[in-house]
Design a protein around this ligand. Structure first.
Ligand SMILES: [Zn+2]
Length: 462
C-alpha cells in the first residue's frame, strides 16, 4: 500500500497517517500491522519410553542426543485476526489427541480449527504417543502407562504454550521465500543400498525449502519457520532426538542467538535422507538445511502485507472394501507379530461397531499470510501432492504434510495403483482396515480448489 499524503488540512493529514499506520506502510521497505508472538517448551521424556516410528525397536529409549521441543508462533494481522502454528519434534499427532488439543486451544483463546495448525517434524527418534500406531509396538502394561502419562502432560504443555505465544504478541514484520537443498531421495524409485553406486537418481522430488521470516519492529530476527519434504529417519538408535530437523533447528538458533527456529515436515512421505543411519549424517543434513534457510534469510525476501485468511475442512476420504470377518480370523490364526495384532484389533472393532471403517475425516487447510499460500494436509503426504498443489497455486506455495492428524500414508493416484508400502501395506501399520479408494488424490485436490476460493488464494491458471 502506498502512503500518499497530499492534503493541506492538518486534521485530514492526521486521519490519513492514522489509517496508514494501522494498515500498511511499505514505502520504507517494511510492512507494519503484523504482530507475532513466540513461545517454546522442552518435551524431552524424563524416563525411558518406547520410541516412535519403527516397528522393529525392541526396547525403550536409552538416552537423549538433544532436547525435544514444541514451539508456537502466534500471528495477528492488521485487523486483529490470529493464527497459531505449533511445530514439534514428534512423529505425528493422532486424531484423538489433536482434536483435544485444538478444542482446548479453540475454547480458551477463541480460535477456530482453520486458525490452528498442529504440525510435527516426523522424527523417528521421539516418544510414542497414546493412540498412535499402537499395533506396531510390542508395548507392555508398564510402557502403556508411561506413554499415557507422557501424552497427557504433553497435551497440557501444548495448550499452555499456545496461550503464552498469544499473550506475547508484539509488532512484527513477515517475509516469505523458498530456498533449496537436495538431500532428499525418492525412496520408492531408488534402491537405498545402491545409492553410493548410482549417478542418476530417480524422482519425483520437491527440493523446496519454504522459509517464513519473522522480524520484530526493530528489524531483529525473532523467529524463522522452515520446512523440508523428507522423512526424519536418518537415525534408528535408542537415543531421543529431533533427527535432522532437530539438528537444523539447533544450528539456526546457534547462527542467530535468541531466535526460535521452527521446522515443519513437507510432503516427504516417499522421500528419505540417503545415505543415513549415523549421528554425523543427521548433523550434516541438519546443517545443509540450516544453510539453505540462512541463505534465504540473507537474501531479499518477499514482504507480506498484514492480512490473514484461513479455510479448513475435513473431507470424507473413502477406503476400499474392508476384509471380512472370516478373512480376519484366518489372518489372526496364521500370522504373528504386528500382523496378528492388527487382525485382532480389527476383529475387536468389528465386534464393537458391527462394521469396519469405510471412510476417514481427512483434514485439509489453507492459510494465506499476505500473498503467501500455506497448504496443510494431514497424514504422511507423498511428494506428488506438493507438485500438484504448486501446479495449481504456484511454485511459491508452502506445503505441509503431517498436519493436524497423522492417520495414514496419503498416496498419490500412481502410488496407490503401484501398491507397496506407501500405497498399501502401511495401512495396517496405521490400523486402517484397507487401502484408500483410488480417487483420493482427485478428492483432495478438488477440496483445495474449494478452500482456495474461500481463502482468496488465486488459481495459477485463472
Ligand atoms: Zn513416515
Amino acid at each position: 500500500m502506498k502512503k500518499t499524503i497530499s492534503f493541506s488540512i492538518f486534521s485530514a493529514c492526521l486521519i490519513i497517517i492514522f489509517v496508514n499506520t494501522a494498515a500498511a506502510d511499505d514505502t520504507q521497505g517494511t510492512t507494519k500491522g503484523w504482530k507475532a508472538g513466540v513461545s517454546r517448551v522442552v518435551i524431552t521424556p524424563q524416563e525411558p519410553i518406547w520410541m516412535a516410528g519403527y516397528g522393529s525397536r525392541d526396547h525403550v529409549s536409552e538416552g537423549t542426543l538433544h532436547d525435544l521441543w514444541v514451539k508456537a508462533l502466534a500471528i495477528e494481522d492488521a485487523k486483529g485476526k490470529k493464527v497459531l502454528l505449533i511445530t514439534s519434534d514428534l512423529l505425528g499427532f493422532p486424531k484423538k489427541m489433536s482434536d483435544r488439543i485444538r478444542n482446548q486451544i479453540g475454547a480458551k483463546y477463541g480460535l477456530t480449527r482453520a486458525q490452528i495448525i498442529l504440525s510435527c517434524s516426523h522424527t523417528h527418534s521421539g516418544p510414542v504417543l497414546q493412540d498412535a500406531l499402537s499395533d506396531i509396538y510390542p508395548l507392555d502394561t508398564k510402557q502403556k502407562e508411561v506413554i499415557k502419562k507422557y501424552s497427557a502432560n504433553l497435551e497440557k504443555q501444548i495448550v499452555t504454550l499456545a496461550g503464552e505465544a498469544i499473550r506475547s504478541l508484539v509488532p512484527a514484520q513477515l517475509y516469505a521465500q523458498n530456498g533449496v537443498t537436495r538431500f532428499q531421495v525418492n525412496r520408492r524409485n531408488n534402491v537405498e543400498k545402491t545409492i553410493s553406486e548410482v549417478t542418476d537418481l530417480n524422482g519425483p522430488n520437491d527440493y523446496a525449502v519454504p522459509v517464513l521470516k519473522v522480524m520484530n519492529e526493530a528489524g531483529n530476527l525473532m523467529a524463522v519457520v522452515f520446512g523440508y519434504a523428507c522423512h526424519a529417519t536418518v537415525l534408528s538408535i535408542y537415543h531421543l532426538s529431533g533427527d535432522y530437523p532437530g539438528f537444523a533447528q539447533i544450528e539456526l538458533e546457534k547462527m542467530h542467538p535468541g531466535i526460535t527456529a521452527m521446522f515443519f515436515q513437507g510432503a516427504g512421505a516417499d522421500q528419505n535422507p540417503l545415505p543415513r543411519r549415523t549421528v554425523y549424517l543427521a548433523q550434516q543434513y541438519g546443517r545443509e538445511l540450516a544453510a539453505a534457510v540462512d541463505r534465504v534469510l540473507s537474501e531479499e525476501m518477499r514482504i507480506l502485507a498484514p492480512s490473514i485468511s484461513t479455510a479448513y475442512s475435513e473431507i470424507r476420504l473413502p477406503l476400499s472394501k474392508p476384509p471380512t470377518r472370516e478373512e480376519l480370523i484366518k489372518m489372526e490364526e496364521e500370522s504373528s507379530g504386528s500382523q496378528k495384532r492388527w487382525a485382532t484389533h480389527q476383529l475387536e472393532l468389528l465386534r464393537e461397531n458391527g462394521s469396519l471403517m469405510t471412510s476417514y475425516p481427512y483434514p485439509v487447510q489453507i492459510w494465506k499470510l499476505g500473498d503467501q499460500p500455506i497448504m496443510a494436509l494431514g497424514g504422511e503426504l507423498v511428494v506428488q501432492y506438493a507438485i500438484e498443489l504448486k501446479k495449481l497455486f504456484g511454485q511459491e506455495t508452502f506445503v505441509m504434510g503431517y498436519a493436524n492428524d497423522d492417520m495414514a500414508y496419503i498416496p498419490s493416484e500412481t502410488i496407490l495403483e503401484e501398491g507397496g508400502y506407501e500405497g498399501d501395506t502401511s495401512q495396517k501399520v496405521y490400523g486402517m482396515p484397507s487401502k484408500w479408494a483410488p480417487d483420493i488424490q482427485k478428492l483432495i485436490l478438488k477440496e483445495f480448489e474449494k478452500l482456495a476460493v474461500k481463502a482468496g488464494v488465486q488459481h495459477i491458471t485463472q
